[in-house]
Design a binder for this molecule. Structure first.
Ligand code: ADP
Length: 585
């Protein structure tokens, strides 16, 4: 556990609810003093009675009553205030987490398994981070209390100091124990997610067809059950181990307590200490047990809170490192976009190797290659969803990392094959391509083909889409693609327009028509802003229209040039082109 995590929780509380947080901080030392004062008061009462000292008796009774009452009421106040604090500050942390996840310019956190694990652990946990984090104050309170108790006991006999020290192994063991449970939870997070994914597969209509044809529903349910069983077994094993550790700690202390009482009785019989001292030791010893349990609980809460806060810090750092750029994007491209020595991997084997490529301003560039050759990855790097492992991407000589990500996004438009099916009104589904102009969709809807889709919907562009609404209409794959394409046409002056196989569900004639309409509009803005169009397609009728064709193979650029140049070269492109041409003959 590092100090940074505790500081994160504390500073969030101070920022959002300073008064409540300061109240809790102020209560900490007072509540640490109260139990010791109660025990002392009780000793004074007994000694007052036995020695006939009225001041000792009355003072002792008052001290014991006041400290006891304050301890009881104060702890209750702290509990309530801590609950309120968690309820108020937790959602603020959640909001922050959601904002980071949703607005992070890069998307690697949503695609890499390790990052997904971490995000799963923090999603919606703000309240728990705070309520567990407040246990940090309880821990401080009990540690202070242990110190006071040590002083009181040392006054009786130096050897009694070891009594509260027996809390230390117990504390350490409980820390190990909570760490163990946390680690098991983290290790089995993948099981949990896989199981949820499988459940979604059984219940989603998208996979229903294949599941029924392959009769694999029962098989998948079996895998989900197995994963669940593995997770439960792992958690059960670590809970058992944790119980053993905590019990060992407690037993150790009970033995020491009995020894301490024995010693005090002998001291009292020898007349070295007053008889009331026995009550002091018994009260302090009795408190140690309760405080010890509270300490174990508080420490394990703090460890859990720190574990969650660590993920919170990780996300914050990731967000900050992804949003370092501040420079504005150029209004118009003069030179173009240049990739130099770009290498990239998704954490596994390299996916792009030493990519050197110049996309000249105003050009239409087509990426060609087998599935998995790295086309979409290249597109994602250009959009700024990922950063190259090595090498640079520059826009008119300016590094993409230096540009303000939001500004660059405003100048990009893209339509992907794995398009989003937004459950909005049909018109809005197009309009969100450029939020400030969400209702100004006529032109984009015409060019991307959404207008034809609207014509067939019961309420036209006011029809609710998506099956999550009772009145929502589900579209066909091709219709969703037309909506997505139109959405991509919303931005009227992009610097980079990407069409990554968004027309794969359309027939060849419709795709050709879409690209013709697109090319007509693109010519205008390509001249106006020097914008670049990047096409990914498997259809050569579309590809051959490009000014530059780039052929990728296993993450390497193996050829580039115009259609005529590449045909003349008689290499890979010419071969693929020949295959498709032959198939149409
Ligand atoms: P293409 O667009 O040419 O079909 P991609 O760029 O999608 O190729 O993929 C290139 C390689 O990167 C493939 O081997 C693919 O398996 C891998 N890949 C793509 N996306 C991811 C991801 N999110 N995580 C890990 N590997 C990925």
């Amino acid at each position: 556990m590092r100090f940074a995590e505790i500081r994160t929780v504390l500073s969030a509380c101070l920022r959002h609810r300073p008064a409540r947080t300061w109240l809790l901080i102020a209560m900490t030392p007072l509540l640490a003093i109260a139990p010791g004062l109660t025990a002392l008061g009780l000793q004074w009462v007994v000694d007052g009675v036995l020695t006939g000292s009225r001041p000792l008796l009355v003072g002792g009774a008052l001290a014991a009553a006041a400290a006891g009452a304050f301890g009881l009421a104060g702890n209750r106040v702290v509990q309530v205030q801590a609950g309120l604090l968690a309820g108020e500050v937790g959602p603020e942390l959640d909001k922050e987490i959601i904002r980071w996840i949703a607005t992070m310019p890069t998307t690697s956190h949503l695609e890499e398994t390790a990052s997904l694990h971490r995000i799963e652990q923090i999603r919606g946990l703000g309240q728990r981070i705070v309520s567990f984090g407040v246990s940090g104050l309880v821990t401080v309170q009990i540690v202070l209390w242990l110190g006071i108790t040590a002083v009181l006991l040392a006054r009786i006999h130096p050897v009694l100091v070891v009594l509260p020290l027996f809390a230390v192994p117990s504390m350490l063991l409980s820390r190990v124990a909570s760490g163990k449970i946390e680690a098991t939870r983290a290790e089995t997070a993948e099981h949990n997610r896989a199981q949820q994914h499988l459940f979604a597969m059984i219940t989603e209509s998208a996979s229903a067809k294949e599941l029924r044809l392959g009769r694999s529903g029962a098989h998948i349910a079996g895998i989900a059950r197995h994963l669940r069983g593995q997770r439960d077994a792992a958690l059960w094993r670590s809970t058992l181990a944790v119980s053993g550790l905590t019990l060992t700690g407690s037993l150790l202390f009970v033995a020491a307590f009995i020894g301490a009482l024995h010693l005090t009785v002998r001291l009292a019989l020898a007349g070295d200490v007053s008889p009331g001292t026995l009550l002091l030791v018994a009260t302090l010893g009795g408190q140690i047990r309760g405080q010890l349990e509270l300490l174990i609980f508080a420490v394990s809460n703090v460890v859990r809170s720190a574990g969650m806060a660590r993920q919170h810090l990780w996300l914050r750092d990731l967000y900050q490192s992804a949003t370092t750029g501040t420079k504005p994007s150029p209004v118009r491209l003069r030179d173009g976009i240049t990739l130099s020595g770009v290498n990239f991997s998704y954490g596994g084997p390299p996916v792009l190797h030493d990519i050197d490529l110049h996309l000249a301003a105003g050009q239409t560039v087509a990426l060609v290659g087998d599935h998995g050759s790295g086309k979409t990855t290249l597109v994602k790097l250009l959009c700024g969803f990922y950063r190259p492992a090595t090498g640079t991407i520059t826009v008119d000589g300016e590094s993409l990392d230096e540009l303000d990500p939001a500004g660059w996004r405003n100048r990009i438009t893209a339509a992907f094959q794995d398009l989003s099916r937004f459950p909005f009104l049909a018109g809005e589904s197009v309009g969100v391509g450029d939020l400030p102009r969400i209702h100004d969709i006529a032109d984009a809807a015409e060019r991307g083909g959404a207008a034809q889709v609207f014509d067939r919907l019961p309420q036209g562009d006011q029809t609710q889409l998506g099956k999550s609404f009772s009145d929502g209409v589900e579209l066909s794959g091709g219709q969703w693609q037309k909506i997505a394409l139109s959405r991509a046409f919303m931005r009227s002056t992009p610097l980079l327009a990407v069409l990554d196989e968004p027309t794969a569900a359309l027939d060849a004639a419709s795709e050709y028509e879409v690209y013709q309409r697109y090319a007509a509009a693109a010519r205008r803005w390509q001249q106006e802003t020097g914008g670049i169009t990047l096409l990914v397609s498997h259809r050569f009728a579309t590809i051959r229209m490009a000014d530059l064709i780039v052929v990728l193979d296993h993450g390497h650029i193996i050829e580039q040039g115009t259609h005529a140049e590449l045909i003349e070269r008689a290499g890979r492109y010419a071969h693929l082109y020949g295959l498709q041409a032959a198939a149409y003959q």
